[in-house]
Design a protein around this ligand. Structure first.
Ligand SMILES: [Zn+2]
Length: 113
């Protein structure tokens, strides 16, 4: 259950931002999570809810935006989004690919007062 570790890290960032912005209450936290990170939404939400207890974010809403996995072919340079299929370039069928998107794990924005 790596969601707990992720949320703990994220909370450190959230609290730093809140301090800098002099927030006394956090209403909403918006995350961007790459599909490649294999974060389970329910577990993430659960970890978030337990981490926020006794903090200024205790009533904060959680919003998660999932970022699709995007690959670039090293052979022909083609960029494409990866669904559930195996990782092959749809143009030249090469499997020599670079992941250019999908490993995000970011606090996109924090709302509060
Ligand atoms: Zn290709």
């Amino acid at each position: 259950m790596h969601e707990v570790a992720i949320v703990e890290d994220m909370f450190r960032i959230i609290m730093e931002v809140a301090k800098k912005e002099q927030l006394s209450r956090i209403d909403k936290v918006h995350f961007r999570i790459g599909k490649m990170m294999q974060v389970v939404p329910d577990l993430f939400r659960f970890a978030f809810d337990s981490a926020k207890e006794d903090t200024i974010a205790k009533d904060a809403e959680l919003e998660i935006e999932y970022v699709p996995v995007k690959m670039q072919c090293r052979g022909c340079g083609h960029e494409f989004l990866v669904g559930d299929q195996s990782f092959y370039c749809p143009k030249c069928e090469s499997s020599d690919l670079d992941m250019i998107q999908g490993k995000e794990l970011l606090v996109q924005s924090i709302e509060g007062e």
